[in-house]
Ligand binder design. Sequence first.
Ligand code: SAH
Length: 227
Amino acid sequence: MNASLHRGIGMTSLRTRERMIERLREQGIRDERVLAAMGAVPRHIFVEEALASRAYEDTALPLGFQQTISQPYVVARMIELLLNGTTARVLGKTLEIGAGCGYQAAVLGTLTREVYAVERIEPLLARARKHLAQLRLNHVRLKHADGNLGLLAAAPFDSIIVAAAAARVPQALLDQLAPGGRLVLPLGSSGNGDQILTLVERKTDNSGYSETRFDAVRFVPLVTGIE
Ligand code: SAH
């Protein structure tokens, strides 16, 4: 994809995006594949027009429906954890839970050919569809569904990324992770700032899972059901 060909993306946004990439480097993001993907996706088309000038700041921004578009650093960090900074690992078939308006799904879509993203709020999903179509990321498949159930029809997944905080890892997601697969999610209750970005790896011999804890983060809660 050549995002710079996209209508309405001028030099200003390219330069601010370059600055965003520099900042991500300073914040410790090392994987060049992740940095390139973050640089290829114009974040401003995902936020409302009134906020577009702030699209490249390292901050979460409101999406409506009491949801937020994730902070660039957190998007980059989660994907980097899935890749583990080794050039050997690729994302493979990837599932995102909580697509929101589709920003992280777009970044994933520049890194792998097989992406499924589910979102429980239908109007947000409609916006995600529009944004991904604008960027011609037609291989990113969006579903209106409760992510607690994973996406059985497309399982197993090599990578699963959860963009909403859960007190524990939903069992369906553990089940739908391929042997050797990786899942990253904010673990902990929402609101009081004690969520921890956690990496769950399914052992290649299928003998169980291991869990590693990383940064403290703040996400909206993973809730049940669709609307
Ligand atoms: N990935 C988005 C972040 C969206 S915020 C980005 O790139 O900016 C988290 C999203 O998770 C919200 O849109 C919320 O509606 C959704 N969500 C919460 N619980 C969910 C569930 N059980 N199933 C699917 N989506 C869920």
